[in-house]
Design a protein around this ligand. Structure first.
Ligand SMILES: NC(=O)c1ccc[n+]([C@@H]2O[C@H](COP(=O)([O-])OP(=O)(O)OC[C@H]3O[C@@H](n4cnc5c(N)ncnc54)[C@H](OP(=O)(O)O)[C@@H]3O)[C@@H](O)[C@H]2O)c1
Length: 266
């Protein structure tokens, strides 16, 4: 299937590793030019070189911290200046401290909301005027199944994710008349560096080893294994494509049925 992505310009936040890297690679493979951002320059530039060598596509690497509006605008403006247009935004850069209520201080909550929720709001606000002017755009928010599956040791990700899903669905309605689609992709456990950080928190909270915590998580996934970053990216790339023209306001869970199984159990 030709996804109709040739010549499109895609911005991916947090594209230096994990799910963001897989999304950038997937979009470049389909013919899009990509701009990626992260805070760490070395890893970001390495990612850009790898994507170009695998796909032949131009990749712009922009060091940006999305915890401020200025950081988000810097990323969007740099991409716009370089490519002269933008068509697709994949909001992905996020990290939320895990832990249960007693172990969380106010700053943990604020950190989670500031990047995982407000980071998405900031970049979205910066791209929408350009997408509206060209009457075409794709916004895909990589959120997380904790937003639809409350769990006591993932409180701050759960709150930020629930807010993100609400934001996604509300904007879809407002932006549909402009040809802009807005969708959420909600992964469960995905084998990235971030996952192993979450495993450490889970092990601490439950008083078990990291191996036991990982095995416990896998036991909760009916498919019986962690998701790969590419399996999330495949859904993101489709939603970003011209083929997904009537899909907007969707919240798609990519979790091997983990949410369904856990909700049934409670
Ligand atoms: N892995 C999972 O199990 C899982 C499950 C559900 C949802 N998710 C969501 O999927 C998204 C990607 O997760 P991942 O596992 O791929 O994470 P990851 O491997 O930790 O990668 C995160 C990316 O975001 C960048 N980043 C972090 N803080 C940033 C900031 N302040 N400004 C700009 N960039 C920043 C990182 O680079 P720098 O550190 O250099 O900035 C990196 O490129 C996140 O939103 C996460 O919540 C992940």
């Amino acid at each position: 299937m030709d996804l109709g992505l040739t010549g499109r310009v895609a911005l991916i936040t947090g594209g230096s590793k994990g799910i963001g890297y897989a999304c950038a690679l997937g979009l470049a493979r389909e013919g899009a030019s990509v701009a990626i951002c992260a805070r760490g320059q070395e890893r970001l530039q390495q990612a850009a070189r790898e994507i170009t060598s695998q796909t032949g596509q131009e990749v712009l690497a922009v060091v940006a911290d999305l915890t401020t509006q200025a950081g988000a605008e810097h990323f969007v403006n740099a991409a716009l200046q370089h490519f002269g247009r933008l068509d697709i935004l994949v909001n992905n850069a996020g990290s939320s401290p895990g832990g249960s209520l007693a172990n969380l201080e106010e700053h943990h909550w604020m950190e989670s909301l500031n990047l995982k929720f407000m980071g998405y709001v900031r970049t979205t606000k910066a791209v929408v005027p350009h997408m509206k002017a060209q009457r075409w755009g794709r916004i895909v928010n990589v959120i997380g199944n904790d937003g639809v599956k409350p769990i006591y040791f993932e409180l701050t990700p759960g709150a930020a994710n629930a807010a993100g899903i609400n934001f996604t669905l509300a904007l879809a309605e407002e932006l549909a008349p402009y040809g802009i689609t807005v969708n959420a992709v909600n992964p469960g456990p995905v084998d990235t560096e971030r996952w192993w950080g979450l495993v450490r928190t889970m092990a601490r909270e439950k008083g078990i080893s990291e191996e036991e915590a990982n095995a416990l998580a896998i036991k909760s996934i009916p498919i019986g294994r962690l998701c790969t970053p590419e399996e999330v990216a495949n859904v993101v790339v489709f939603l970003a494509s011209t083929r997904a023209s009537f899909v907007t306001g969707a919240s798609i869970t990519v979790d091997g049925a983990q949410r369904k199984a856990l909700m049934d159990a409670h």
